[in-house]
Design a protein around this ligand. Structure first.
Ligand SMILES: [Zn+2]
Length: 68
């Protein structure tokens, strides 16, 4: 994915993918963590088209993940 300069700094940055995915879980909609080529950190995107989502994640989304 190409990331434009400028978008990077407006977005929240996460030092690790784990941190980004933890934050993504708190959101009421599906977010995906991706590594930014500009800042080398992780951002979240609501764009999921074209991204491979593991089957078990899809199942978890449909059945509803337990909070916590
Ligand atoms: Zn960035």
């Amino acid at each position: 994915m190409k990331t434009r300069p400028g978008i990077c700094h407006r977005k929240k940055q996460y030092a690790t993918r784990e941190a980004a995915e933890l934050a993504a879980r708190e959101a009421p909609f599906t977010l995906r963590a991706y590594r930014c080529a500009l800042c080398r950190r992780f951002h979240l995107t609501s764009r999921t088209k074209g991204m491979k989502i593991p089957r078990h994640e899809l199942d978890a989304l449909r059945s509803g993940q337990p909070k916590g």
